[in-house]
Design a protein around this ligand. Structure first.
Ligand code: NAP
Ligand code: GDD
Length: 355
């Protein structure tokens, strides 16, 4: 059963000079539906009345925690960005109006350990998906999850849609490739293919290895006496952190426009890792200086020091702006981790601190 509100398609009847709003459910396919963004986007699309397919890769155990609450409303298809045939099958089966390509190897440090695999998933994966769309259903609208990591050693501040890229990691390099192949398929084949250049966005569903969640979870563990310290890398790095729930709205809006265009999505405010730490620990009544250690092993071979985005175009054209600000985001994540750990303790499970 799908929710009763349906996505709308407008059927024009020019001879009578008026239009009829015909309620037609749209079909969307999300790659990376088991990830942070995939889960929020799936919720949003279901609310909009879409039929939602999700592509998942085979694993020795199911990793559906983030979508367990909506799984009954989703149609899951097995597929992998490494396997062209599975992508053809996914497009042929779902026949989507919209494809959101969110799947990627998304953790920057791993991209130095697995640079070739990162290029395959995060870079060439986009080409494979675009080819499947071009050959099977070229009227499909395509969203590519581009990243502020492409700005890397930034050429100007703040960064906007015209800022040159200077990626600093194999992940960033792969994302630049995927970004430009999306532009190229739009220009070569007239596909409705767009890239959203999204700055860091977080939530209680963020993976535990990313710095925001590592801090919120680590601080909550310390508060509950489950850990004594938290090891981090570069405390000076600055990011433009937003809330994932806000950012998936922008993805959807980009595919509802008359013309395919790329957009920067950001909050327009940047904070350092140490400011994130300060905010999280003080929310719990703790002084972070007593607990946080810098571990040189967590420093990166090449760092992205400062990202700050200008979302002016998105505000003008899409009517999009962020709703959740930095302090709210930090509190939301810390409160969620505290509640999560307390639930685990009361259920008699002993939470495993990863700090
Ligand atoms: P995430 O939580 O790490 O999720 C990544 C998803 O990709 C998971 O569902 C994962 O599936 C899937 N995946 C990985 N390799 C795959 C493959 N070979 N075939 C099929 N699926 C594969 O990432 P996220 O934070 O939601 O980010 C979503 C996208 O936006 C990513 O492309 C990321 O690079 C990009 N992005 C993120 C941010 C951010 O701040 N979050 C900013 C800019 C851009 P499994 O569950 O099987 O591992
Ligand atoms: N992960 C992590 N762990 N990062 C740390 C730590 C630590 O212990 N200590 C300091 N940092 C610093 C990193 O050096 C980096 O400068 C910053 O915190 C943010 O790191 P991450 O949270 O891992 O995110 P990211 O900016 O590298 O990448 C994320 O954002 C990109 C958009 O700019 C990911 O979501 C990418 O997939 C995304 O494209």
């Amino acid at each position: 059963m799908f929710p009763s509100v349906r996505a709308e398609a407008c059927l024009q009847l020019p001879s009578k000079g008026y239009s009829i709003i015909q309620r037609v459910p749209k079909t969307a396919l999300i790659t990376g539906i088991t990830g942070q963004d995939g889960s929020y986007l799936a919720e949003l699309l279901l609310q909009k009345g879409c039929r939602v397919f999700g592509m998942i890769r085979r694993s020795s155990y199911e990793k559906l925690d983030r979508i367990a609450h909506i799984e009954k409303d989703l149609e899951l298809i097995q597929g992998d960005l490494l396997d062209q045939n599975s992508l053809h099958n996914a497009i042929a089966l779902a026949r989507p109006d919209e494809v959101y390509n969110l799947a990627a190897m998304s953790f920057v440090p791993t991209s130095w350990n697995q640079p070739v695999l990162t290029g395959e998933f995060t870079g060439l994966g986009a080409t494979r998906l675009l080819e499947a769309i071009r050959q099977i259903k070229p009227d499909t609208r395509f969203y590519q999850a581009s990243s502020s990591e492409m700005f890397g050693k930034v050429r100007q501040t703040p960064q906007n849609e015209d800022t040159a890229f200077y990626p600093r990691s194999p992940y960033g390099v792969a994302k630049v490739y995927a970004h430009f192949i999306t532009v190229n398929y739009r220009e070569s084949y007239n596909l409705f293919a767009v890239s959203g250049i999204l700055f860091n966005h977080e939530s209680p569903r963020r993976g535990l290895e990313f710095v925001s969640r590592k801090i919120s979870y680590g601080a909550a563990c310390i508060k509950l006496g489950l850990a004594q310290s938290l090891s981090l890398g570069n405390l000076e790095a600055r990011r433009d952190w937003g809330y994932a729930g806000d950012y998936v709205r922008a993805m959807w809006l980009m595919l509802q426009q008359d013309r395919p265009e790329d957009f920067v999505i950001a909050t327009g405010a940047s904070h350092s890792v140490s400011e994130f730490v300060e905010s999280a620990f003080s929310h719990l009544g703790l002084d972070w200086h007593d607990y946080v250690k810098v571990d040189p092993k967590l420093l990166r071979p090449a760092e992205v020091h400062h990202l700050l985005g200008d979302h002016g175009k998105a505000e003008r054209v899409l009517g999009w702006k962020p709703e959740v600000r930095f302090e709210q985001l930090v509190k939301m994540m810390v409160d969620a981790d505290l509640a999560l750990l307390q639930r685990q303790i009361s259920a008699g499970n002993s939470p495993a601190p990863r700090v």
